[in-house]
Design a binder for this molecule. Sequence first.
Ligand code: NAD
Length: 432
Amino acid sequence: MKIAVIGTGYVGLVQSVGLATLGFNVIGIDIDSKKVTKLTQGQSPIYEPGLESLLKKAFKQKRLRFTTNMNEGIKNADVIFIAVGTPSDKDGDVDLSYVRQAAVDIGKALQQAPRNYRVIVNKSTVPIGTGDLVASIVKKHYNGPFDVVSNPEFLREGQAVHDFFHPDRIVIGNRVSKAADILKKLYLKLNAPILVTDVKTAELIKYASNSFLATSISFINQLTWLAEQVGADATKVAEGMKLDKRIGQNAFLSAGPGYGGSCFPKDVAGLIKIAQKNNLSLPLLEAAEAVNRRQHDFIVKKLQNDLKNLKNKTIAVWGLAFKANTDDVRESPSLAVITKLQKLGAKVQAYDPVAESNAAALIPSVQYNSTALGALKNADALLVMTEWPQFRKIKAALIKKQLKNPIVVDARNLLDEKKLTKAGLKYQGVGR
Ligand code: NAD
């Protein structure tokens, strides 16, 4: 089977490399010529552990190519994946312009190379009904046989390669058996449970999953406010909850600075908007959003507890990525908190092992440092915003030595409180 993947971002690139590794012939198509040039040289434009070595291997085996040319990319493809971005617009609505454009491009390219049946697969996270929209746009330009399938992506950045090869489940949205069977064949080697639904249900499963996970995070973060007030430990509360099999060990209950990233915030906002368009409100999700916003202030308040007025104070921030093991800073709680600190007049010195350049493009006014210890120099406090494991290995005595004031706010409950306290640092975690 020959595969085309439109969009070579976090999802499309992993999908391209993954399918090529499974033995298919894949061509990745992107409008971003810089990305395509880099990819053609065997370099991954994103930081994703394990991805670049598989990319190089697939190149050697001549199973993977990249192009900016849609006609060339699509002409021989049996299956065409759409993996373009679906960001929030300024009102929180889902911006479908990239998906629409991809559908137009597919329709026109297919018309140039009419052939037998093709399957167009939507991997992007899209509002319910987008499958029909894509089909109608393609039909305007192409009169050959095709079906549109929804196959939402559930990978986690930072573990995306693992998640491609070991997904918890594969959702195939389209009951036309010919289309569903082709996708089943594609994923045969992955040995994962496959759920076949209608297109709309598959589209909703993706929003439901992300909204549920985001709500879990807001649930525990809301409890951090109460736990601190009454002298309880929210991290132990989560531990106790997870031992209940109905909740489970993998429940998303890590107290922290709030959910972020390119998916949860936009998908919660997107689902609220989708409901509004259907004359419904989703109060639980509105609350999840409100808690998430308040959590940023909750973290800032911790610095104010010790430093009072933040004007002209220097805050060292460890971590810019929205979570560890990625360079993605989209909707990162770290950037949200940094912006708040700057508004309060603080100066920020920051360090992140891989996300610095992405963050600098969004907030150039931070003093970025090439080492974690360097970022601490003469700072009034250390604020840990991303759970990079290497931060735990830094000796408490060295942290103490670099800081001007011995204050640590750990928004991820990452560092060892005992060691820091022993070294003479004043430590605040979240929810305990
Ligand atoms: P991304 O922004 O990293 O990549 C999108 C790519 O599509 C970009 O390289 C862009 O240049 C390209 N593109 C846009 N329009 C194009 C067109 N007409 N033709 C060719 N290329 C085009 O986005 P992403 O993070 O990979 O997300 C893609 C989709 O997958 C989104 O809907 C997202 O919600 C969903 N998703 C993302 C993740 C994640 O962790 N990033 C996980 C699951 C689902």
